[in-house]
Design a protein around this ligand. Structure first.
Ligand code: PEP
Length: 258
């Protein structure tokens, strides 16, 4: 059984001091665990160095929440993949539904961001997922397939194998309503079948497909023990050290029990 991957997305939360305290609390708690799970913390840009500095001596990695689709130049306010790589960041979330919704990010722009990350050997955590209207209309598979084909499936095998996919139904993000394990499994199996068709069985097996959307310490074990769920992308619960560490412990239990 492959180990799990748990990624915390702090979004635009916390003060510098709170971010410092939270990173240290997570570091101290994880130091007590003989971790098999890979853990990634994705703070806002101004706190990234805080996390990369501690990550060097800890059993977690640093990730960003976004990057520019451009390499460098006159793009005020943007942060390039190269800047993230120089800082020691290893992962970067792309295509989060909040960026699609509030910043009009299209599949085309997300594909460009993934290319920039690949140029720097950073691991993209590529989000996909349907809205409630799309699910109610029975279009959820179609929507996720289009998102993945247009953002990710242009990659060559040797690049694709470094990517992580996060299935995040929009209706589950920050709502307190998580997908049921059955709904997650059904979509994760579908995503893995798409990867298999395009890149073959071995890459499909090795690809990490995370679930995201109202994951809590209470529902994490059941979700992470479900077939084809390789871990989680955690929003709200990742800024409470106790909850985040409990979710990581759930990932450990899910691997050990299977
Ligand atoms: C997210 O924003 O990626 C997310 C999963 O949020 P939450 O866990 O708060 O639903």
């Amino acid at each position: 059984m492959k180990s799990k991957l748990v990624i915390g997305n702090w979004k635009m939360n916390l003060s510098f001091e709170e971010a410092d305290d939270l990173t240290i609390a997570i570091q101290e708690a994880l130091a007590e665990i003989n971790l098999q799970t890979e853990v990634v913390i994705c703070p806002p840009f101004p706190f990234l160095e805080l996390v990369t500095d501690l990550a060097e001596e800890s059993n977690f990695n640093a990730g960003a929440q976004n990057c520019s689709q451009f390499e460098n130049g006159a793009y005020t306010g943007e942060v390039s993949a190269k800047m993230l790589a120089d800082l020691g960041v290893d992962f970067c979330i792309v295509g989060h539904s909040e960026r699609r919704r509030y910043f009009n990010e299209s599949n085309e722009v997300i594909a460009q961001k993934i290319n920039r990350l690949m140029d720097q050997q950073l691991i993209p955590v590529v989000c996909c997922g349907e809205t409630l209207e799309e699910r109610n209309a029975g279009k959820h598979f179609e929507v996720v397939e289009k998102q993945l084909k247009e953002t990710l499936f242009h990659l060559k095998k040797e690049d694709f194998e470094h990517a992580v996919i996060a299935y995040e139904p929009v209706w589950a993000i920050g709502t307190g309503v998580n997908a049921t394990p059955a709904q997650a499994v059904e979509m994760h199996k579908f995503i893995r079948s798409l990867v298999e068709k395009k890149y073959g069985t071995e890459i499909a097996y090795n690809t990490y497909i995370l679930y995201g959307g109202s994951c809590t310490p209470q529902n994490a074990i059941e979700l992470f023990s479900s077939e084809d769920v390789d871990g989680g992308l955690i929003g709200g619960a990742s800024i409470k050290s106790g909850d985040f560490v409990s979710i990581i412990e759930a990932a450990e239990t899910a691997v050990n029990d299977n």
